[in-house]
Design a protein around this ligand. Structure first.
Ligand SMILES: C[S@@+](CC[C@H](N)C(=O)[O-])C[C@H]1O[C@@H](n2cnc3c(N)ncnc32)[C@H](O)[C@@H]1O
Length: 261
């Protein structure tokens, strides 16, 4: 994305999302949800790629709390990468955690560069899942792993009117796909042990609480961090999101796969 193109996560939205989801998080669940994603993966000393690193909280925690040896976070937007780089410096982790603004498209890394590819709630912005997973396969070392989370839709047909209204309210470039499509894209790329875990039951509950917070005790602080208009708009978006979480059409998943040795 060039600087002339529209920024989807400007400072105002970063501030709002972090006031709801926590320091350095542009997705739900906090450090606990990240820990659940990487639970079965030994990150100690490993080289990790974080696709769609956002404002950096997760990449930094993968190094600090999960002992990853080196983490490279990539993102297509300038404001999030600037924030992430500032934080790496502040935390004294810049020697192990680096951030890079990239253009959408092939991953700018040599073949077999990483032990683990992590991503959280960012692949939703990359519509061509088949090309994405083939490229992830390319940059992983033999024996490497995917440990990721993303926001999926339960089917590959036209979104229901309720889902379409919710996506429109988000106003972000969502390119959602079904669990079946993710699975076949990973398998077609050559991955084995492909496993998807539906996080809809978990997020349905969490999102309800997030909305209650936004409508109540969090309102003032979130409005101060961003603006009342941003909070009011997001309250509407969360209400729409809860509807499609209830039906199961919006179904965040964890994604796991291995590249054979
Ligand atoms: C919902 S945020 C999640 C950020 C972070 N993973 C987190 O959980 O806090 C999605 C991020 O994906 C980034 N993104 C969008 N398209 C991308 C692409 N093609 N490659 C890498 N990142 C992308 C956005 O700029 C944004 O920072």
């Amino acid at each position: 994305m060039s600087d002339a193109e529209e920024i989807e996560y400007p400072d105002d939205l970063i501030a709002f999302l972090e006031s709801v989801w926590g320091w350095g998080f542009l997705s739900p669940g906090g450090p606990e949800e990240v820990a659940r994603i990487v639970e079965g993966v030994d990150l100690r000393g490993k080289k990790v790629l974080d696709i769609g690193c956002g404002s950096g909280g997760i990449a930094l925690r993968l190094a600090r709390d999960h002992d990853a040896g080196e983490v490279v976070g990539i993102d297509v937007e300038g404001p999030v990468v600037a924030k992430a780089e500032e934080r790496a410096e502040e935390m004294g982790l810049a020697h192990r955690v680096s951030f890079k603004k990239v253009t959408p498209g092939p991953l700018p890394f040599a073949d077999e560069s990483f032990d683990v590819v992590f991503s959280k709630d960012s692949m939703i912005h990359i519509p061509d899942k088949e090309t994405l997973f083939a490229d992830i396969y390319r940059v992983l070392k033999p024996g490497g792993e995917i440990a990721a989370g993303d926001w999926l839709i339960s089917h590959d047909g036209e979104p229901s009117p309720e889902m379409a209204t919710y996506i429109e309210s988000e106003g972000l470039s969502f390119g959602m796909a079904s669990p079946a499509r993710y699975k076949s894209a990973m398998e077609a790329a050559g991955f084995t042990d492909v496993r998807l875990v539906n996080r809809n039951p978990w997020y349905k509950e969490v999102a309800r609480e997030e909305l209650a917070q936004m409508e109540g005790p969090l309102y003032e602080a979130a409005a101060k961090a961003s603006s009342p208009a941003t909070v009011d708009h997001n309250i509407q978006t969360w209400r729409l999101m809860l509807g499609v979480l209830e039906t199961g059409e919006h179904c965040p998943h964890h994604l796991f796969a291995k590249k054979p040795d």
